[in-house]
Design a protein. Structure first.
Lengths: 302, 336
């Protein structure tokens, strides 16, 4: 029986449920017009990304061509070489990529772990003030936290974290959205009997968390982790302020590349841009189905 | 595979602990300690588990927001940490600051121009996606692709597309006999260009949210309408849209909050801005967040007190517009 309860969350894994939902009777079969419309929309989605590669693979003289060249050229490697040589660009682009990987990895690990922990407490434990505290968590989602940047900056001066990666990691290691998502998932995916059984057997709550909850939340943890990683990798406003060009993340480094010349060197700028998109593009192509499931799931629950 | 392994682990532990429990019957003193520990565990540990969230959020979220209110009442700058109490001087100055009102106007205009067509298009896309489609996941991934792209990338790619002399947008317009538009230089034209950037990144995301909500609408509503002879697009307007109203309210409010904080795309519209954030030579597309940035970090003045006042006004603006949105949409609903 225990095995059965364990399988339940797996069977209900978010993406599957959306992916295999039978189309309902209301929705007619799609005609050629529908496909044509969708293809146009998708061409519009893809084109700017394709275009960034087209520009990145030409030299500056080709950019002014009339009519414009719409196909990739042969200068991508030389642009790449220029991007990573410090006498052309004022920032160390390699260091920026590594910084971003560290920051996004640390933030993702923190968000997933702390969200699961708090989500577990809200979903399966009983304590005084539970309802109000959960409401407080939800309320914090409405507050635009980045508006506190000035005091946050002053705080960072006091902590000695200016130009330090800690400044872009610690403020982001918890997420109200994450707590809420985990709570909702744990309520439905982990049966109370299983937890009670574990507790009757003498498991303290931390053990229940480690051996029952953590394995059960793996599908939703993957979604939350992916979304968090993307968000952190793409974050710009706060890293620009607190790290600047001295110790930049990749987004800040791109903006530095963009500001290098008086007349924008678009092949170089869009090479940097294209490189920064690649890792996320790869993740998206491999795990897009899960990401879509997560967004749609979050929409219905929220 | 992990499921089975997890169960085995749990079982082996349970048996260990179980045997410990049997021993406890023989030792009442230990058993009492154990019960007390368990009670302590169930009383205290929930708070311990939610503590990290509230601690981090308190230190880096709530405290700064509150402290912003205090800083906004001083003349604090980065270079002069010893600040003086100036009461509401920053706010009075702000109310008479034409640059600030210009920024508010730009922000609201860009927000409106981007949001209305974006949500309408998202509704249509969701409706179209909510049919029997081949390669459905592929289509969904296609429309979500822009969401993966960072704001910096969006800003720079479109800055190139919209550039005055060699931009592709102008080339296409030329084919229709329209001469080159200097998108970045004009007020309305820069608003439109920035709105296109916002739309490109967010339409697919909103479409997916609508699609999720559409799939939750019970089938019998459509069946009844079909019996009454309602065609697909009539069903869309008379069933889908009314049933989607809570979701529409949600997306309108989320988009409002997002667009009022617009920063990255306009900041990079002129890529070599030297960190100034003025939003063009005539401040034609400077947003409120850019003006905040300019005052705090972008100029040589580092006017933290004044920037904090801008931050609070922005919070107020977001609150007012969100409530306004909410009331308007609810009004429309009750009027029907």
């Amino acid at each position: 029986m225990a095995v059965d309860t364990y399988r339940a969350p797996n069977r209900l894994a978010l993406p599957r449920r959306w992916g295999r939902r039978p189309a309902s009777r209301r929705s007619g079969r799609a005609g050629p017009g529908t496909y044509a419309f969708l293809l146009v929309v998708i061409a519009g989605s893809i084109f700017p990304l394709y275009w960034s590669f087209v520009v990145a693979s030409h030299d500056n003289s080709a950019i002014g061509a009339y009519p414009p060249v719409l196909t990739p050229g042969g200068h991508f490697w030389s642009n790449l070489h220029r991007l990573f040589s410090t006498d052309v660009v004022s920032v160390d682009f390699w260091a920026a990529l590594i910084n971003s990987a560290i920051v996004a990895g640390a933030v993702t690990a923190g968000v997933v772990f702390f969200s699961a922990l708090a989500g577990f407490a809200f979903a399966k434990l009983k304590f005084r003030g539970q309802k109000w505290l959960l409401l407080a968590v939800i309320a914090t989602m409405i507050i635009p936290v980045q508006l506190g940047v000035i005091p946050l900056y002053i705080e960072m001066i006091h902590f000695g974290w200016l130009f330090d990666l800690k400044a872009v990691i610690f403020p982001y290691v918890v997420s109200a959205f994450g707590v809420f998502l985990m709570r909702q998932y744990i309520v439905g995916a982990v049966s109370n009997e299983l937890i009670d059984a574990a507790r009757v057997d003498g498991c303290h709550t931390l053990r229940v968390f480690w051996h029952v909850i953590l394995p059960a939340v793996r599908p939703v943890a993957a979604v939350l982790g992916l979304l968090t990683f993307m968000e952190t990798w793409n974050n710009f406003f706060w890293p620009l302020i607190v790290l600047g060009q001295r110790n930049p993340t990749v987004q800040v480094a791109i903006s530095a590349v963009a500001g290098t010349n008086y007349i924008p060197d678009y092949p170089l700028i869009l090479t940097a841009t294209f490189i920064s998109i690649l890792p996320l593009l790869f993740v998206f192509l491999v795990l897009g189905r899960q990401i879509i499931g997560g967004i749609m799931q979050g929409a219905v629950k929220g | 595979m992990w499921t089975v392994r997890g169960t085995v682990e749990l079982n082996s532990q349970a048996s260990e602990v179980g045997s410990g429990g049997a021993a406890a019957v023989a030792l009442p003193a230990r058993s009492r300690l154990r019960t007390r520990l368990r009670r302590l565990d169930s009383k205290v540990s929930p708070y311990a588990y939610i503590f990290p969230f509230f601690a981090v959020f308190g230190v880096f979220g709530v405290f700064p927001l509150g402290y912003t209110a205090w800083v906004s009442l001083t003349d604090r700058t980065l270079l002069n940490p010893v600040s003086h109490w100036v009461a509401l001087d920053n706010y009075t100055e702000l109310l008479h600051d034409s640059y600030f009102w210009n920024a508010v106007e730009n922000t609201i205009a860009i927000g409106l121009i981007s949001m209305v067509p974006q949500l309408a298009l998202a509704l249509v896309i969701a409706h179209v996606l909510n049919t029997k489609l081949h390669a459905r996941t592929l289509f969904r991934m296609g429309i979500l692709l822009p969401q993966v792209t960072s704001l910096v990338a969006v800003g720079l790619i479109f800055a190139q597309l919209f550039s005055a002399d060699y931009g592709l947008v102008n080339y296409v317009l030329n084919q229709f006999g329209i001469s080159n538009v200097d998108w970045e230089a004009g007020r309305l034209s820069s608003w439109v260009a920035l709105s296109v950037m916002v739309m490109w990144r967010w339409t697919g995301y909103n479409a997916l949210i609508y699609l999720a909500a559409m799939q939750a609408i019970p089938d019998d509503l459509y069946e009844a309408a079909a019996v009454d002879g309602a065609r697909r697009w009539r069903q869309f307007f008379h069933i889908t849209i009314p049933m989607l109203r809570p979701t529409i309210i949600f997306t309108v409010i989320v988009s409002t909050i997002g667009s009022l904080q617009l920063f990255t795309e306009p900041y990079l519209f002129q890529p070599n801005n030297r960190g100034l954030a003025t939003g063009g030579s005539g401040r034609q597309y400077q947003t409120v967040t850019m003006y905040l940035y300019e005052n705090a970090f972008g100029s040589s003045q580092f006017r933290f007190g004044y920037a904090a006042a801008i931050a609070w006004c922005l919070v107020l603006l977001i609150a007012v517009i969100s409530i306004f949105n909410f009331l308007v949409i609810r009004r429309i609903r009750s009027a029907e």
